[in-house]
Design a binder for this molecule. Structure first.
Ligand SMILES: O=P(O)(O)OC[C@@H](O)[C@@H](O)c1c[nH]c2ccccc12
Length: 259
């Protein structure tokens, strides 16, 4: 059965092929050599209280248009001022309206760690992430079969990137643990069906190895949702929609951090 996710990844691979024709890997590698080293997000993630990853997200396959975000750097500056521990920049174009240009713009504006949020299934995308100033990269277990998860996890770390290893099931947590993931996310949204179920985090959180950072992803509408994730063991909560639609994202993050 083909899922929503399969369709997204097909589009990602077509866009990727076009970029690879434009920018050979050797050129990306040269850019990486000239890029300042990646920032370490772990101290911020492990700090007292709940940490927030604030996402720059224009639209999504499940919700359609969320916000225009004509100036992603300005939004990111608000996120940083509110005390976000990291900023997630969606770079997927077709379904989420993002780009590497958004990542560049945000990188030029803020000094907080940046997550490249995309459907990363090849080494090239990790080199791109680093070349465009990302400090973290999303690796979705569901999309990385066989040895690919370990391969990309290893390469990310060689590049100084911190992998955020995203899961949605018990079996995926086991695979994240197997590759030694230090930062494990549980997405409340099943990307094969787009259904959101916030209770998935509470079920899977106890299965995350002790010592790994626990990230609750998706499904936050307000501070009470952050508080619930926190009670269920989240060190970090990743929020998109509620922040891009908030009239005052700085204040929203301040409230989320205070739960
Ligand atoms: O807008 P929300 O419900 O706060 O969700 C943010 C984030 O968790 C979501 O954008 C996300 C989580 N994992 C992903 C993987 C790919 C694309 C998007 C995502």
């Amino acid at each position: 059965m083909t899922t929503v996710l399969d369709g997204i990844v097909d589009g990602v691979l077509e866009d990727l092929a076009a970029r690879q024709r434009e920018v050979p890997l050797a050129e990306l590698k040269a850019r990486v050599a000239d890029t300042p080293p990646a920032l370490d997000p772990l101290p911020g993630f492990r700090a007292d209280g709940v940490s927030i990853i604030a996402e720059v997200k224009r639209r999504s396959p499940s919700k359609g248009a969320l916000a225009d975000i004509p100036d992603p750097a300005k939004l990111a500056a608000e996120y940083a001022a509110g005390g976000a521990a990291a900023i997630s920049v969606l770079t997927e174009r077709r379904r989420f309206g993002g780009s590497l240009a958004d990542l560049d713009a945000v990188r030029a504006e803020v000094a907080v760690p940046l997550l490249r949020k995309d459907f990363i299934v090849t080494p090239y995308q990790l080199w791109e992430a680093r070349a465009h100033g990302a400090d973290l990269a999303l690796l979705m277990v569901v999309s990385l079969e066989g040895g690919l998860l370990a391969e990309l996890h290893g390469l990310a770390r060689e590049l100084g990137l911190t992998p955020l290893v995203e899961t949605h099931t018990e079996a995926e947590i086991a695979r994240a643990a197997e590759v030694g993931a230090e930062v494990i996310g549980v997405n409340a949204r099943d990307l094969t069906t787009l259904q959101v179920d916030n209770s998935v985090f509470a079920k899977l959180s106890p299965l995350i190895p002790a010592g790994a950072v626990r990230v609750a992803e998706s499904g936050v509408a307000g501070p009470e949702d952050v508080a619930a994730y926190r009670r269920d063991g989240a060190d970090v909560v990743l929020v998109g929609e509620a922040l891009v639609k908030s009239g005052d994202p700085r204040d929203s993050i301040t409230k989320f951090r205070a739960v």
